[in-house]
Design a protein around this ligand. Structure first.
Ligand code: SAM
Length: 405
């Protein structure tokens, strides 16, 4: 580890260091307590996760607050975008919804070739508009975006940059953006893929089902967190409940972390199998994970070697579920060996996984009253927002915490 340490976050609780094979990383500058907020970060760029062809107008086009909760809706005078308040619209007109962004989104919406494209490509088009708009309205933030990790990965959709770049060039090239080229477009798409955080839809909009993403954001300081399949920190956001800076995210520690230890997030829900995690990390993030959990699970029986049996209806059934640690009822399944050595991280799942059906969120203690206080025994889920005492089942829906930071 080389420590060219620059301190970031709340009062310098974490610092960036360079770790061989992992790039930049954030480590604890001092010993830290579970529940401590180590970083609050604001996005330099946000964009909708909905395809351009979608008629959904459920969220403010600037701050992505759910519009159902807003009484002062206004629309853009030149396009169908809605905003939660006149102030948000005014702010957007000089930032995220500049005249160039407004015109370009309208032209893209009307483009037959883009409307025939799959939804992922339409969302990538939204990102590129947001990124090139950033170059126009805030060159310093655009440089921060360029400084983030991200090279095109061999597995990435290689047609996307060429197609989207030629579309933008023909419809509405961003005037005055130095270096506007297919190479820059390729690099921007790669940076988005490696660094974007998803702001989720509120749980009530997806009853019983999985929550989907409403918007993506680039959070420059939080982008330095590396991944671990058993993270020691997790991310919270309060898009609909915070009255100011509602798109800020906070990173909170799940448990105590000693000075000098790396602080990691999980880039996706922790219930995924070893094979799925490795595939996703390699294809989407370009690395193989050798975290403690992966080192243990690498010795478990391979998915492909598992016996598969045909059930009576001829469906393929997985009999051996030792890879699928968290079943549909959030059960812990232990591997063939059955012992603690096979599954030393069972404790993590029992203590820090949300038990609400289909949530798969992570629990972190509420922030301690001061840095010397013991961690709170009230745990909050970073996905559904429910709370529970550390040794209890979840409270009812009425116990959902409302936090306004
Ligand atoms: C969001 S960035 C994290 C910060 C990054 N290390 C940097 O230097 O900017 C994601 C990238 O960091 C690297 N990374 C993250 N977690 C890693 C891990 N557990 N092992 C190796 N590389 C990792 C991968 O290159 C990944 O694509």
């Amino acid at each position: 580890m080389t420590s060219s340490a620059s301190k970031v976050g709340e009062s310098g609780l974490v610092k960036t260091v360079e770790i061989e094979g992992r790039g930049r990383a954030l480590v604890a500058s001092q010993s830290l307590r579970g529940g401590q907020i180590i970083l609050t970060d604001s996005p330099i760029l946000l964009y909708s996760a909905h395809p351009l062809s979608s008629s959904s107008n459920a969220y403010c086009s600037n701050c992505f607050r759910h519009l159902q909760t807003c009484s002062t809706l206004v629309s853009c005078s030149s396009c169908p975008c809605l905003f939660c308040s006149p102030d948000c619209l005014t702010h957007a007109l000089s930032s995220s919804h500049s005249p160039w962004a407004c015109l370009t989104l309208s032209l893209l919406r009307a483009s037959p070739s883009l409307s025939l494209s799959h939804s992922e490509r339409q969302v990538q088009a939204r990102f590129l508009v947001a990124a090139y708009n950033l170059a126009i309205v805030s060159p310093s933030h655009f440089h921060i975006l360029l400084s983030l990790q991200g090279m095109a990965l061999p597995s990435s959709d290689s047609d996307a940059p060429t197609f989207l770049h030629s579309l933008l060039s023909s419809l509405s090239p961003p005037q005055g953006v130095a270096g506007f080229s297919v190479e820059l477009t390729t690099a921007l798409l790669a940076k988005d893929k490696l660094n974007a955080f998803g702001l989720m839809e509120p749980p009530a909009l997806a009853p019983g089902g999985e929550r989907s993403v409403r918007a993506y954001g680039i959070y420059p300081k939080a982008s330095f967190f590396n991944h671990d399949c058993l993270p020691n920190a997790c991310r919270f956001d309060y898009v609909d409940t915070a009255s100011h800076h509602n798109t800020d995210i906070t990173i909170r520690l799940i448990h105590d972390v000693p000075e000098g230890s790396e602080i990691c997030l999980s880039y996706f829900p922790v219930n995924e199998t070893y094979a799925d995690r490795q595939k996703r990390l390699l294809e989407d993030y370009g690395f193989t994970c050798y975290c403690d959990r992966c080192r243990v699970e690498a010795n478990w029986k391979d998915d492909d070697e598992q016996e598969e049996e045909q059930d009576d209806e001829g469906q393929v059934m997985d009999e051996d579920q030792d890879e699928q640690m968290i079943g549909s009822e959030n059960e812990i399944e232990i591997g063939d060996g059955g012992g603690e050595n096979d599954f030393p991280h069972a404790y993590f799942f029992l203590r820090y996984m949300c038990t609400r059906e289909n949530c798969w969120g992570t629990l972190a203690p509420l922030p301690p009253s001061d840095s010397d206080a013991s961690p709170s025994n009230l745990m909050e889920c970073n996905v559904c927002g429910n709370s529970k005492k550390s040794d209890e089942d979840f409270n009812s829906d009425e116990d959902r915490l409302s936090v306004d930071d």
